[in-house]
Design a protein around this ligand. Structure first.
Ligand SMILES: [Zn+2]
Length: 102
């Protein structure tokens, strides 16, 4: 039987690592530039932080959580969810009522 850690590493690499960007899978042209439609490679970040978004009248409309990232090809995930679901998942922290609706 595989150890918990070995199983987790296998799941992360099988389901959460973005494969090489290709024309058929994820490359798209936006504003004249070829980009990955999933946003890979992700910009590395040493620290986690919250980002506040305001409307034109400077009212707070949303707060986003931007986690620290040390692997530019790894999708955000929750380990417990990944190990039970055993497929690709995407996870984001709920930071507002608006985030729940969309
Ligand atoms: Zn891609």
């Amino acid at each position: 039987m595989q150890s918990f850690l070995t199983d987790f590493i296998d799941c992360v690499n099988a389901f959460q690592r973005h494969p090489q960007c290709t024309q058929k899978y994820c490359k798209r042209v936006r504003k004249g530039k070829v980009i990955c439609r999933f946003g890979f490679p992700i910009k590395l970040k040493n620290i986690s932080k919250f980002e506040c978004l305001y409307d034109d009248d400077e009212n707070l409309i949303d707060v986003k959580f931007l986690p620290a990232i040390n692997d530019r090809w790894m999708n955000k995930h929750i380990p417990e969810h990944l190990l039970t679901w055993r497929a690709n998942t995407d996870a984001s922290m709920i930071t507002s009522a608006v985030a729940i609706l969309f």
